[in-house]
Design a protein around this ligand. Structure first.
Ligand code: MSP
Length: 530
């Protein structure tokens, strides 16, 4: 079994999940499930980003210590992903002891290391800039609006303070070369071009410390207790920590060393991120790894944004649409399906209630739901609820009509699997619905409801329903990574296990099963019902 390691960003613990966050996490979950379904060994990491200024301030506002505050909030994220059927292997928190150890080891290694030109990788320098006391934030000259804080409009103080810097500039040429010589490293290509455009200007060094007197809530600098680690450096290293799970009896340092080895042996196959954090991943993260001499991830995939009336969905804009607003009406499967079917990976997509209702009614309630109910009802009526044995149906009732389409679409290397590999997730789903349409067409052609009136046609009717049921089964198995509950219901109604395995992606599994004609598998929604 090959191992496939994929990650989501770690989310700011202070926020609450909205559908933009849910998209990345559900995408990662569907990719992880699809890989597991074709028989790969997968490791899927998600978690929360828990240090920094905002967390410190939010904790103070609640009269809590930062640790109490994050201990209170991280479970909200975990519960959200659990409720959305997200099956991660580790939920990492940047306050986990083994992560603190990874950050300390990485910083020590940078301190001891040399840049390509032989100079030190880290150096101390004065940081000059502007500070807003009210917002506790640093600004550069160009951020200021009329010489004042761009956020609150209050006067700012010029500050000069000691900090630690990483010689990021020394890695500019190597980074450009790596991106150019590894097509698909930053994906899609338009995002790689964005990064290369940014890298046409000279790259500055990165300030990687914050004085503890201004910000105490961070990972301490191992050799200089006046500082904590810049939150992005801390956060990006989560991908290394997350390669393993802490074992009982192991010290955090031991786990950290094991994680670093595991990362170097098998770094992330893909970091799934939104386009707004492309620079931190493609530039900060990659140059830090280069400086550490650690393995580079194989791919950084930057997806677009979910928009609402033209702006990015976010808490600060005040337009956050949250999963819990939608799942009571549309189900977990409805939300998962909509997010993955509507967005063309890499581009922005506009959320609207109307598009949600239209999409779910058309695909899940009508196309798939009606076909399932048609086939199971006819099996009840004409076959007393039991499919014929496979040997009696194979090759009968124009089977090639469906089988050929099913073989093109399904299997471990069919159109659906190919679309997943090429990150065309919307297309992977669309292909499954082509099998659904082909099955409807097949039924229209063979008209089992008419033939059932003729007792001599009973074997053809039975074989017709057998093949139609087989196609529904295969469609459900192919959809399982995206709509696991719905697929599970379909599969169980056809006498199959709710969780498919690799063999289930092939044609020709059913064999004399008892069929349950139950309630509709997906309830049609009335537009304007809410
Ligand atoms: N904590 C950092 C990531 C550190 S990773 C080492 C962070 N967190 S975040 O919570 O603000 O954002 C996490 C992810 O959610 C980002 O990939 C971001 O692109 C994504 N989204 C936030 N709003 C979004 C939309 N409206 N649409 C799609 N994704 C968006 O950044």
């Amino acid at each position: 079994m090959s191992r496939y390691y994929l990650t989501t960003p770690i989310y700011y613990v202070n926020d609450r999940p909205h559908i933009g966050h849910a998209y990345t996490t559900i995408l990662a979950d569907a990719v992880a499930r699809e890989r597991r379904l074709v028989g790969e060994d997968v490791r899927f990491l998600t978690g929360t980003d828990e240090h920094g200024d905002k967390v410190e301030r939010a904790a103070a506002a609640r009269g809590l210590s930062p640790q109490e505050h994050v201990d209170d909030l991280a479970p909200v994220w975990k519960a959200e992903w659990d409720a959305l059927e997200v099956r991660y292997d580790r939920f990492i928190r940047t306050t986990d002891p083994d992560h603190l150890a990874v950050v300390a080891i990485a910083l020590e290694k940078l301190k001891a290391g040399k840049a390509p030109d032989g100079g030190p990788l880290l150096y101390e320098d004065a940081y000059r800039g502007w500070y807003c006391v009210s917002d506790e934030r640093y600004w550069t000259e160009k951020d200021l609006v009329d010489g004042r804080c761009p956020e609150c409009g209050k006067p700012v103080e010029e500050i000069e303070e000691r900090n630690w810097f990483f010689r990021m500039s020394a890695f500019q040429a190597r980074l450009v070369d790596h991106i150019q010589s590894h097509p698909g490293f930053i994906y899609p290509e338009s995002r790689a071009n964005e990064v290369l455009g940014f890298l046409r200007e000279p790259l500055a060094d990165l300030c990687i410390s914050r004085p503890r007197e201004r910000l105490a809530w961070g990972v301490p600098f191992p050799w200089d207790e006046e500082f904590v680690t810049y939150v992005w450096v801390d956060a990006l290293l989560n991908y290394v920590t997350g390669t393993v799970d802490p074992q009982p009896g192991e010290t955090p340092e031991e786990t950290a060393r094991r994680a670093i080895d595991a990362w170097n042996e098998h770094p992330a196959d893909v970091h799934l991120i939104g386009k707004d954090i492309l620079t931190t991943h493609s530039v900060y993260w990659i140059t830090i790894l280069m400086a550490l001499g650690w393995a580079l991830p194989r791919r950084i995939l930057g997806h677009g944004w979910w928009l609402w009336e033209g702006s990015k969905i976010s808490k600060s804009v005040g337009n956050a649409v949250r999963p819990e607003d939608l799942t009571p009406l549309f189900g977990v499967d409805g939300l998962r399906y909509y997010l993955l079917r509507e967005m063309t990976l890499g581009q922005d997509s506009t959320y609207s209630y109307d598009s949600l209702v239209r999409r779910l009614n058309a695909d899940l309630a009508n196309d798939l739901g009606n076909l399932h109910s048609r086939v199971t009802k006819m099996a009840g009526r004409y076959l007393d609820g039991r499919l014929p044995q496979r040997a009696d149906a194979v090759g009968q009732a124009e089977e090639p009509f469906l089988r050929e389409r099913a073989l093109e679409i399904g299997g471990g290397s069919g159109e659906v699997a190919r679309a997943w590999r090429e990150w065309r997730t919307h297309a992977a789903l669309a292909r499954v619905f082509e099998l659904v349409s082909a099955t409807n067409e097949y039924l229209e052609r063979l008209e089992p409801w008419k033939r059932a009136k003729d007792p001599a046609a009973a074997p053809v009717v039975a074989a017709t329903l057998f093949h139609a049921a087989e196609a529904v089964r295969l469609a459900a198995a192919l959809l399982w990574p995206v709509v696991p509950q719905l697929s599970g219901r379909i599969l169980e109604s056809l006498g199959q296990p709710a969780v498919p395995c690799p063999e289930h992606l092939a044609w020709g599994i059913l064999d004399g099963e008892a069929i349950l004609a139950g309630p509709a598998i997906y309830q049609r929604l009335e537009a304007g019902a809410v």
